[in-house]
Design a protein around this ligand. Sequence first.
Ligand code: COI
Length: 319
Amino acid sequence: AGPVRACRASLASSYTQTSETVDLDWENLGFGIVQTDYMYIAKCGTDGNFSEGEMVPFGPIALSPSSGVLNYGQGLFEALKAYRKTDGSILLFRPEENAQRMQTGAERMCMPAPSVEQFIDAVKQIVLANKRWIPPTGKGSLYIRPLLMGSGTVLGLAPAPEYTFIIFVSPVGNYFKEGLAPINLIVEDKFHRATPGGTGGVKTIGNYASVLMAQKIAKEKGYSDVLYLDAVHKKYLEEVSSCNIFVVKGNVISTPAVKGTILPGITRKSIIDVALSKGFQVEERLVSVDELLDADEVFCTGTAVVVSPVGSITYQGKR
Ligand code: COI
């Protein structure tokens, strides 16, 4: 309701459920893959139209070694969640936003994308097919991972001639090992996540491979994650490897503006709506790293991280 719109999955399920929920250790879910019953798969050839998708058992897929995604990284992913309510109904968080963001990303990556209707319909089908894996209310959510990839074969650099749209799901709990406790970030001053004109503003798979090195080093030093600065001035906040960032000072909540180098997060957008509706002033602008020294609070937002409070930020050796 209100600015955080929810969409109720309404498709009748054609899958027989053996029990209401599976027997998992719901208290200790964390954020790792738990294999569920089904995945959704649809294909698209050179005509740009996706086949009617089908639900198949979760498992490996066959890909040519010369597929576009394996050789040239022509791939995108999305992320959203389904929640079980106490009355037994299932809620999806803003799936139409993910469908639209996949379309924007697909255009940037020269790929055809499923229509908004097909995307949402596929999400509903996959959630209902794997309903018994949705955590009980308050114990977590069903993480939904739509993937779009150039599965056709290429050798010279070119868009692939065939695309595959897959959705798999996994029950998840908290993303960070800290749980809901504040996380500790380190500002990265050597590696950058994105450059103007690049693909930082879309959810292409390569954006995530390129942050692994900085994240690995940060984790070895005991930090939860890395906060990136812009690649040009090396002083404005961009985003954390897996989420957007907000800085609170009094009644003003500031967050880096979406200008092509940060991901236009759907949780980010919802938080802006909620903050405005609660009387906060929200500024989407260049936010200098120096402003962190002065902040009352800092928090991160994302599908996986939800809203994570930041306990400390280390920059150039100062905490
Ligand atoms: C998400 O928030 O779900 C993401 O896509 C980030 C991912 C690295 C876990």
